[in-house]
Design a protein around this ligand. Structure first.
Ligand SMILES: Cc1cc2nc3c(=O)[nH]c(=O)nc-3n(C[C@H](O)[C@H](O)[C@H](O)COP(=O)(O)OP(=O)(O)OC[C@H]3O[C@@H](n4cnc5c(N)ncnc54)[C@H](O)[C@@H]3O)c2cc1C
Length: 420
């Protein structure tokens, strides 16, 4: 759990919240929810803004709910408690020839958090979102009911992508997939502009399981690197030992972003177009630096992630982009997402990281939000610290239906901000 001066944090370290209580949960059997209100589950705090915070309320810390319950190697069905992390599942299952069907950009995410944000990965165009692979889950409601739910149940549809507001997920069953061996054959292809990115997306999504692009937003032409890969046979080198940022060092500014972008592009070119990689650095390159969020200093940073339906809206978003070192582009597939508030939908998803410079940063976000929403797009709550009530309502047309399923004892800083 991330704490700073006794205050629990999200990954972006903005906004700050003071929780009245933090209750560590340790064992799913006989678990009773505390009587204090409002309640909110907290997994690994890898959401960027305030969807995992509950200012003034009670946090239910799930990291102690960390047991695997059963595994069926025939079907690949793994049942585990909700605080188990995706990294732990991969550590145990990859040597047995299984992989998670969907992984985000970090493995330090709990199963409960992955369901509550219905997370997506580099293979959305093939595999859909995390919720598509959840077969069953148990939901503990504040009235003491334990409900076993699965696809087809209304409360399941509300809980997948439900931002932790429908109750506490105690365990879940996920269907893992078989993989040949712990390697990924990947390609890094430089592109000169957005048109080339669109062409590469089109051709690569048809052939490769994993596709994503990094964009050098400071280059006028929007050049970047397109990554594509597949699980493969081979003996890749194990990842190097992890480095750590031990203290706050506010290093991210336009000059360092320019430097980083040039160095990153050169490094990708030097390491060659084709390579056989270990799965860990391919899926989770940022995990090799512990606490990299400290590079944004004590004021923290904000991430903006939206999805827009057309390349024109994408062009508009990138017309005057703020200087973000981690700018990621991906085309989502056409699959219908399983949750009432799931974020993924057909179109292009753009992610930008910005140091928190107060009003200046908020104004940049407001401009990006307006473009995305007017184009018929949506913003992602898992990454958000400032979207407006209107943007939330326009992003999620099933919001009213969802609200009927919220547990009255559960709430979050995010939920209060966008509904009150
Ligand atoms: C470096 C990095 C890369 C990322 N890349 C991606 C990406 O590629 N795709 C993507 O979709 N996301 C991505 N994310 C976001 C991350 O996957 C999500 O925010 C995820 O939900 C975090 O899980 P967590 O365990 O940290 O949950 P938290 O952030 O602690 O909580 C997230 C939500 O889950 C709820 N929750 C947690 N546990 C339970 C439970 N047991 N029962 C009910 N509700 C619960 C919380 O109440 C909260 O609403 C990334 C984050 C980082 C830091």
């Amino acid at each position: 759990m991330f704490k700073y001066g006794g205050v629990s944090e999200s990954w972006g370290r903005y906004p700050h919240a003071r929780h009245a209580r933090e209750v560590p949960l340790a064992w799913r059997v006989g678990l009773a929810l505390p009587a204090t209100r409002p309640l909110l589950a907290y997994g690994q705090g890898r959401s960027y803004g305030d969807s995992c915070l509950n200012d003034g309320g009670t946090l239910l810390r799930t990291s102690g709910l960390d047991r695997l319950i059963s595994f069926d190697p025939e079907s690949g069905a793994l049942r585990c408690e909700s605080g188990v992390t995706l990294g732990e599942i991969l550590r145990l299952m990859v040597p047995r020839g299984f992989f998670l069907p969907v992984v985000p950009g970090t493995k330090h995410v709990s199963v409960g958090g992955a369901i509550a944000n219905d997370i997506h990965g580099k293979n959305h165009h093939r595999a859909g979102s995390f919720g598509d692979h959840v077969r069953r889950l148990e939901l503990l409601r504040s009235d003491g009911q334990r409900l076993e739910l699965g696809p087809g149940d209304v409360l399941f549809e509300a809980t997948v992508g439900g931002l932790g507001l429908t109750g506490l997920i105690t365990w879940a069953e996920i269907k893992l997939r078989r993989i040949p061996i712990a390697a990924v054959r990947s390609e890094a292809i430089p592109f000169a502009n957005l048109e080339e990115f669109l062409r590469l997306s089109e051709e690569s999504d048809a052939e490769f399981e994993y596709t994503v692009a990094w964009v050098d937003v400071l280059s006028r032409s929007q050049r970047g690197i397109f990554f594509r890969g597949d699980h493969a046979e081979g003996s890749p080198r194990a990842p190097r030992a992890k480095a750590d940022i031990p203290i706050d060092v506010p290093l991210v500014n336009t000059a360092t972003v320019r430097l980083f972008n040039t160095a990153y592009r050169a490094a990708q070119r030097l390491s060659g177009r084709m390579r056989l990689q270990h799965w860990d650095p391919f899926f989770f390159p940022l995990d090799s630096i512990g606490h990299w969020n400290r590079l944004y200093g004590r004021r923290g940073f904000l991430q903006f992630q939206c999805v827009v339906p057309t390349p024109d809206a994408l062009r508009e978003l990138l017309r005057e982009p703020p200087s973000s070192p981690l700018t990621v582009l991906k085309r989502f597939g056409r699959a219908r997402s399983p949750g009432m508030l799931s974020f993924p939908r057909p179109g292009f998803t753009l992610t930008l990281d910005l140091p928190n410079r107060g009003e200046e940063t908020f104004a940049q976000f407001a401009r990006l939000e307006r473009i995305a929403i007017e184009a018929g797009g949506a913003l992602y709550p898992a990454k958000d610290a400032r979207m407006s009530k209107e943007a939330f309502e326009r992003s999620y047309p099933r919001l009213r239906e969802f609200a009927r399923n919220v547990d009255p004892a559960f709430s979050s800083s995010f939920w209060r901000r966008v509904t009150q």
